[in-house]
Design a binder for this molecule. Sequence first.
Ligand code: LIP
Length: 304
Amino acid sequence: MADLNLQEIHDTLISVAHEAGRMILSANPTDISTGTKLNSADIVTETDKAVEALVSTRLSAAYPTFSFIGEETYKPGVEVTSAPTFIVDPIDGTTNFVHGFPHACISLGFAVDRIPTVGVVYNPYLDQLYTGIRGQGAYLTQGAVWGLEGGKGRKSKLPLSKNPPPLKGLDTSLVGIEWGSTRDGPNYELKAEVFKKLCASKETGGTMVHSLRSLGSAALNLCAVAAGQYDLYWEGGCWAWDVCAAWAILAEAGGIMASGNPGDWNPPIDGRKYLAVRGAPSGQKEIVEEFWKVVGEGRMEYES
Ligand code: LIP
């Protein structure tokens, strides 16, 4: 790690993210060539593949010795090793991209020893760039490509609030969730049950959270936690490329990542079950334990 120039890697990832962003914006939603993977809700487009090819070409030219894992070229069985590895989702939020809903991003993560170390998440529709380097803080830069603030954009440290309030419990929380693309089986049943319990009134045995939200992109959901806009985000089924970049950002914003299944405070990067909590002066551990009680005896199980 000592001989890695994390700042240079971060700067390279930003320049690749901006280039990929131009590519995404130039795709006309009505002409997007769409295919499916596991089922009709698991969508891939020609743009996903083209953006990944661009990102992989740029990164392998700049860092030929580093490993690369990308959503569209991933082969089952490939593992995240301890080697320096770029972990990339060319378009996270593909469903939003296809529908023209402006919440999709390029998610460019860099892990060392399987720890998310540099993260760049860029939503080209809103010109919002989330960045983080391990040990050096996390930031949101808005409007740099649009030319705001003399072309530098408006850069804010994350979390956005200088004094984030304590976490007081689920009943005062805004919680990010996703349905995912698998719509049957035990994982789906458990998710639906947990969503219902989170929302339900206390009189009926629920926790009555303020509300649930789905941005349709794991990376953007995690960035919302890093920003302090969501209090928590719970998901099962997404992959290392959905979370690596934003996890590096979340950790630098004072957030924590526990497992989506009860009991594990140090989930692996490729564990596919995650519970993220925003930075706060107190209450992080308590709110994770409260959430795990809602999950109860249930366990999400996903193949890696
Ligand atoms: C998607 C995630 C989303 C999750 C989906 C899928 P994609 O990634 O970000 O949050 O619920 O299962 O993994 O397919 O848009 O890259």
